[in-house]
Design a protein around this ligand. Structure first.
Ligand SMILES: [Zn+2]
Length: 427
């Protein structure tokens, strides 16, 4: 299998199974309900992990949580730890709603402080870091290939984290002395403080996957400074670190405003409630992981229509049996994990009436529900989603009216804990 690598700007070949494949993907900074754009790396790398496992690799998928950070201090002055813990719960609940299973490990920065401090001490001993008034900075000039990942010349790297006491404008913080109003801090050789964002990931990746591993992923917005700095820290400390750097394209809001009935849908929770996990997953499949993806009412409606064609197929043919033909899918996924081509192949299988292959393929992408004989049609799922939104907004009259509409369509809606917060049962 070949995967495009940001550092070398070309595809890199993975060794054949059962080579163990470690995957580290940067997770969210937790202080609010995660935006649907944050779901893209979770979905893409969950799929990749599932596919590699299917091929016989021993996969370990690690997705961290950044639970100490300036943004969290700003969002909840004096009670950032409480907010971070609550928002961690939201993120786990929201991503579980895709039905793709959970990563093998979801380490918290605040539970990795010992490893982080040790790594900073090592960098300082080797001359790659220096302390100033309780802060510790990485000495960018000490690492020759700084800038290689983001394609910047080392002598022209932009300034980071302005502070007149730094040796060099390019240097960045590994440890930050506690400031007034920050409610979380730890002891360190440099006094009370907390880690910088970048060193957290270097330490968590090594703790979970060892000094060298195959794949490091994240959004394209993380290439600089975050991943440039992770790479500098870990390589300067003598680790091999990631062999392939994968960066997913960004989600763009485009076109017309969201319809009134659905409100301005933007969080993972809202999208899953309003459209259901299957439509959301099909939407993400429509774009290659390296390309941008356009989020609009139109693109989601198009994904919903595709979901419906698969459901209709299985309503006609029933469950189907026989052996799936796996080779075609390997052909498109092993070439830089091309999910739009995989989706095109699924439609080809549908038009050829190959139910066994289609059920297997959909299942790999968490879409097995489309192959169940008795699933609710999209318009019913959408009614239930609108009702969940109405309930969240405490518009009981609208919620009751939508319940009646569902009943008229032959479906009973039951409220449950989770995402989506309902189950549909045929009346
Ligand atoms: Zn990271």
């Amino acid at each position: 299998m070949r995967l495009y690598d940001t550092l070398t700007r070309q595809p890199i070949e993975l060794p054949p199974p059962p080579e163990p494949i470690g995957i580290y993907v940067c997770g969210p900074t937790v202080y609010q309900r995660a935006h649907i754009g944050n779901a893209r790396p979770f979905v893409v790398f969950s799929w990749l992990a599932r596919w590699l496992r299917e091929q016989g690799h021993d996969v370990r998928f690690v997705h961290n949580i950044t639970d100490v950070n300036d943004k969290i201090y700003e969002a909840a002055p004096g009670r950032s730890a409480g907010l971070a813990s609550e928002a961690t719960g939201w993120y786990l609940e929201d991503t579980a709603g895709f039905g793709l299973g959970m990563p093998d490990a979801q380490p918290l920065a605040t539970e990795t402080i010992g490893e982080i401090v040790s790594l900073i001490e090592e960098l300082a001993e080797q001359g790659h870091a220096y302390a100033v008034d309780g802060d510790v900075y990485f000495r960018v000039g000490s690492f020759d290939s700084y800038g290689a990942l983001s394609g910047q010349r080392p002598d022209q790297v932009e300034e980071q984290e302005p502070n007149p006491r730094k040796e060099d404008a390019r240097d960045f913080a590994l440890w930050k002395a506690t400031k007034e109003g920050e409610d979380t801090s730890w002891d360190s050789p440099w006094g009370r403080g907390r880690p910088g964002w970048h060193i957290e990931c270097s330490a968590m990746a090594e703790q979970e996957l060892g000094a060298e591993f195959w794949i490091h992923g994240g959004g394209l917005d993380l290439v600089f400074p975050h991943h440039e700095n992770e790479r500098a820290q870990s390589l300067a400390a003598g680790r091999g670190f990631a062999r392939i750097w994968m960066h997913n394209g960004m989600l763009r809001f485009t076109g017309e405003k969201m319809s009134k009935s659905l409100g301005n849908v933007a969080t993972i929770q809202e999208v899953l409630r309003a459209w259901g996990a299957e439509t959301a997953l099909l939407f993400f499949m429509t774009a290659h992981w390296r390309k941008p993806i356009d989020f609009s009412e139109q693109t989601l409606a198009a994904a919903q229509a595709q979901a419906e064609t698969f459901r209709n197929f299985f309503r006609e043919v029933g469950e189907g049996d026989g052996e799936p033909s796996r080779d075609g899918l390997a052909g498109v996924l092993d070439d830089d994990f091309n999910t739009p081509d995989a989706l095109a192949l699924f439609h080809e299988w549908r038009s050829r009436g190959d139910a066994a292959s289609l059920r297997w393929g959909l299942g790999l992408f968490g879409l097995g529900g489309l192959a169940a004989a008795d699933t609710a049609p999209s318009e019913v799922v959408q009614l239930a989603g609108r009702r969940a939104e109405a309930r969240a907004a405490r518009d009981w009259a609208l919620a009751d009216r939508l319940r009646d509409e569902l009943a008229a369509a032959g479906w009973e809606v039951r409220d449950v804990e989770g995402t989506p917060p309902y189950r549909l049962v045929r009346r």
